[in-house]
Design a protein around this ligand. Structure first.
Ligand code: ATP
Ligand code: MG
Length: 285
């Protein structure tokens, strides 16, 4: 039987959320420490645990069928793979930073400077787009110390909170790329593997939609129902159940996370009371 070969990071900032994603999709496998390869016992998939940098190459070569990496690694490696799905976790940015004491008036100040980075391609593209010629020093780690040891004037590195930059006496001056985890896939999957992948994507969609929505139950006087129903489209339309108290109903619906608090305010103004909000585990249209 065909198995979909899935490459995920062995240990690092993508690992936990990648493992959780498959768990939430009901796909069971043993990810015990030290394992490099494992097969699911309830889904036609096999997992390879690798360094993130190696994943795009393995997917391009067909050693793995799909993989999870940061968009930064996907773009930097420039391998011929498809982005199958954005996953919404491991969000970070790639930024240029300079010593905190220095002034900065714009990208032109980078002209002729030495910049240390592990992302020479993305940085090179940014500099080219801005007409800047700079000296890119490629180093594979601990980029932040480059200015203090005299290796470079500036750095270009991954930032999430900015605390690492701060600790190294640097300040962020340009955001050049925004990244999140993505699922990449081989451009030449067999029909059988494509069909396993579409099953997986269907489950991921259900999990992601559920995370973006909440189940809501509220009570309202019947006179307020038209306005409340207008505010709560639900999956088709809200469920309305009469309460024991004459002239009142309970309304059950689904509310998007996006404008959640605005909707709650509007529902309260419309007469809603006793509002309960519950997380949804899976949501299937
Ligand atoms: P490996 O040992 O597998 O090569 P690594 O050290 O290269 O791992 P990690 O630091 O684990 O990589 O980061 C993996 C990916 O997670 C990065 O490419 C980036 O997309 C994302 N990432 C990095 N730092 C952060 C952060 N602070 N917050 C959120 N996401 C991050
Ligand atoms: Mg890496």
């Amino acid at each position: 039987m065909d198995l979909l070969r899935i490459a995920i990071q062995k240990s690092g900032r993508l690992s936990e959320d990648s493992l959780n994603l498959f768990k939430e999709c009901g796909i069971k496998f043993d990810s015990g420490t030290g394992r490099l390869k494992t097969t699911s016992n309830n889904f036609p998939a096999e997992f390879l645990f690798l360094r993130d940098d190696d994943i795009p190459g393995y997917v391009e070569d067909g050693v793995a069928d799909i993989g999870i990496v940061g968009e930064n690694v996907h773009v930097e490696t420039g391998r011929h793979v498809e982005v199958v799905k954005k996953l919404g976790f491991s969000k970070c940015r790639l930024s240029i930073a300079i010593p905190r004491g220095e002034s900065y008036g714009g990208v032109q100040e980078l002209q002729g400077k030495a910049i240390a980075t592990s992302y020479p391609t993305i940085l090179g593209n940014f500099l080219k787009e801005n007409g800047i010629t700079a000296d890119i020093h490629e180093i594979s780690g601990s980029v932040e110390i480059a200015p203090s040891i005299g290796l470079a004037h500036a750095v270009c590195d991954i930032v999430s909170s900015g605390s690492t930059l701060l600790a190294n006496g640097l300040k962020e001056v340009e955001v050049i790329f925004r990244s999140e985890a993505v699922m990449i896939g081989s451009e030449k999957l067999s029909d059988a593997k494509r069909s396993i992948l579409s099953k997986l994507l269907f489950r991921i969609q259900a999990v992601q939609t559920a995370k973006n929505n909440k189940y809501i139950v509220l009570n309202a006087p019947n006179a307020s129902l038209p306005e409340i129903i207008g505010l709560l489209p639900g999956m088709k339309s809200p469920t309305i159940v009469p309460l024991g108290t004459e002239g009142w109903s309970a309304v059950h619906s689904v509310l998007s996370e996006e404008d959640f608090w605005d909707k709650i305010d509007a529902l309260r103004s419309a007469g809603a009371e006793g509002i309960l909000v519950v997380p949804i585990e899976k949501m299937i249209y």
